[in-house]
Design a protein around this ligand. Structure first.
Ligand SMILES: NC(=O)c1ccc[n+]([C@@H]2O[C@H](COP(=O)([O-])OP(=O)(O)OC[C@H]3O[C@@H](n4cnc5c(N)ncnc54)[C@H](O)[C@@H]3O)[C@@H](O)[C@H]2O)c1
Length: 355
């Protein structure tokens, strides 16, 4: 029998990629996505993948009870991510909302989930934002030092889960990067720089871009949530989920490599710290393998968002990308600039025709 899997925040940046992975499992497992946003195309896609979509809030106790009480796995991705990065951006109202969704929302789930259920929760490298000197390869047992509401509420979540008596896995994510569809987060540094590069813009490097960052590719993050779901032997544990250690300036330089027209401008604006990086040794020892990389992801984002050099010739044919061939011949899809934008060309062994 399949598993009952709940994904809170499943319409978000990470949730969208995780749902893509589960689209291969949703005919066997029962997948329920809970999100308080309603994004038409995303919801339609989930429905086509045979997944349930519940438009609701994790602060709604009855709703959470109804959908989480009998779950086998809960990927808990719901949370406020449009958050202040430095003290001057904070306000009491924002801070209260971030705290309530993180702390009460998570508690609502912990309260109703069964003892057999495993909850997999993203924490963040930001729990170390208070570190004053640059520190590299921080391990999981290093004491946290959050300052602002986001980091503090993630730190609270970690403690809340550890003392819950329930089965949990916490993944301390670096800053996530990579191309995605309509809920891609452009506010994240590598994605924002790639977007600016696609616009031939100027990249501002606060504190000269010296800040050290731990980054991690989006699809690997989603893969790691799936990995933790599958591994029954991993429970009640916390892992750093980071791949690249780079300075902000190094990220900007990769962008410049793929679009030399951009300008890099060093400024003295406020940064919360001079950076730090997290070690991923513990996770690698469990057998998890990363498959994506920073440079290829930046290149992809810049390419996809930049002006395309298209040929307007009516005769122009874009060669099919998903060719299919078997013993009978070859079928390939071609794109024309005319209103008919897709035709299939069938190269059969007997004759050639188009449809
Ligand atoms: N992306 C990163 O770099 C990163 C790094 C560390 C941790 N995280 C954590 O991972 C999780 C997912 O991040 P993301 O980048 O996909 O963010 P996101 O903002 O794209 O997705 C979060 C989703 O949660 C939903 N949501 C917010 N409040 C909700 C509520 N009260 N009830 C129901 N749904 C709610 C939002 O509508 C959104 O679809 C968050 O908890 C975030 O803090 C992300």
């Amino acid at each position: 029998m399949g598993k009952k899997i709940v994904i809170t925040g499943g319409l978000g940046y990470i949730g969208t990629e995780l749902c893509k992975i589960y689209s291969g499992y949703s005919w066997n497992d029962t997948i329920t996505v809970i999100d308080n946003r309603f994004i038409s195309e995303r919801v339609h896609q989930l429905r086509k993948w045979n997944m349930n979509f519940v438009h609701g809030d994790i602060l709604d106790k009855d709703l959470i009870k109804k959908h989480c009480a009998d779950a086998d796995i809960i990927h808990h991705l719901a949370g406020i991510t449009d958050v202040p990065r430095v003290k001057s951006e904070s306000s009491n109202e924002k801070d209260e909302k971030i705290k309530a969704v993180a702390e009460e929302g998570t508690q609502n789930i912990i309260n109703v989930m069964s003892d057999n259920c495993k909850i997999i929760v993203p924490s963040t490298h930001v729990v170390y934002e208070g570190i004053e000197k640059v520190k590299n390869d921080i391990s999981e047992d290093e004491e946290t030092n959050p300052v602002l509401s986001y980091g503090k509420s993630k730190d609270y979540n970690e403690k809340q889960l550890k003392s819950s008596g329930k089965k949990y896995v916490i993944l301390r994510l670096g800053s996530v990067y990579g191309y995605s569809t309509d809920t891609a987060r452009i506010d994240i540094m590598s994605n924002f720089f790639s977007k600016m590069a696609s616009q031939n813009g100027t990249l501002k490097l606060y504190a000269g871009g010296r800040q050290v960052k731990s980054l991690v590719p989006l699809i690997d993050v989603a893969r790691c949530f799936k990995f933790m779901e599958e591994r029954d032997d991993i429970s009640n544990d916390l892992f750093n989920l980071t791949k690249d250690t780079v300075t902000v300036k190094e990220v900007a330089e990769i962008c410049k490599k793929y679009n030399p027209n951009i300008t890099l401008k060093e400024t003295n604006d406020e940064v919360p710290n001079l950076g730090f990086s997290l070690s991923n040794e513990k996770l690698l020892k469990k057998g998890f393998k990363f498959k994506y990389g920073l440079e290829e992801s930046i290149k992809e984002m810049i390419h996809k968002w930049s002006k395309q050099n298209l040929i307007k010739d009516l005769e122009y044919v874009k060669d099919g990308e998903k060719e299919f061939s078997d013993g009978r011949g070859k079928i390939s899809n071609h794109e024309l600039t005319e209103p008919i934008n897709m035709i299939g060309l069938i190269n059969s062994k007997k004759r050639n025709y188009t449809s």
